[in-house]
Design a binder for this molecule. Structure first.
Ligand code: GDP
Ligand code: MG
Length: 192
């Protein structure tokens, strides 16, 4: 097992974060927490790159569809009237496509973060996927107002400022996908 001090995670400032000038704020909160940034780059992603970043397995896609369906149920919207189907997988594919369009709509910033329980700590700093449910004090809670109900109606992904790996496995896969080993720097923070 890896030492918790050296866990790495993958973060991307999404197009809304970049276009709202929140890149610095996101970096600041990561650094002030004591987590170490070991790689950083702004770039314009291509559709194919994003398409390969998000999982393609049906379990992941169906989960995305299920989340969307549960929002329709909660707020009393009819998925058939809104999207023409109530099939989890079909809806998951639609949301995934909205997500790809969103992620190539402007530059994004890739960041590798290292530190104690980095994966869970960054998820905590980010807050709930839906900004309307994210606690105050989290990035999504402090700086965004979107919800699934609103995004689904507009047929677009939820705008929630940043991507953050959910598990250590996802993190290591994403870091390997987006960066070469020489892109990741090794150094000690003064407080280490
Ligand atoms: P995350 O790990 O918190 O970013 O959330 P997920 O991995 O579940 O979903 C990936 C991204 O898809 C989210 O960050 C949102 O931008 C978008 N998304 C997730 N669920 C929904 C949904 O129900 N509706 C819409 N329109 N977008 C969604
Ligand atoms: Mg996710």
């Amino acid at each position: 097992m890896q030492h918790p001090k050296h866990e790495r995670t993958y973060v991307m400032v999404k197009p809304d974060g970049v276009r709202r000038g929140l890149t610095g704020e996101i970096i600041k909160r990561i650094e002030q927490r004591g987590l170490k940034i070991v790689a950083l780059k702004m770039f314009q992603a291509k559709k194919e790159q994003i398409d390969n970043h998000y999982p393609k397995d049906e379990t992941w896609i169906a989960r995305l569809g299920k989340k969307t369906l549960s929002t329709y149920e909660k707020y009393g919207f009819d998925p058939i009237a809104e999207l023409g189907t109530k099939d989890e997988l079909t809806i998951g594919k639609m949301v995934r496509a909205w997500l790809v369009d969103y992620m190539v709509s402007a530059p994004i910033v890739k960041i590798v973060v290292e530190g104690v329980h980095a994966v869970d700590m960054i998820r905590k700093l980010a807050g709930n996927t839906q900004p309307s449910l994210a606690e105050m004090g989290t990035l999504r809670g402090d700086y965004s107002v979107d919800s699934a109900a609103s995004a689904n109606r507009d047929k677009r992904a939820i705008y929630n400022l940043l991507h953050a790996s959910e598990t250590a496995e996802e993190a290591s896969h994403e870091i390997g996908y987006w960066l070469s080993p020489e892109d990741v720097c090794e150094y000690k923070r003064m407080d280490e």
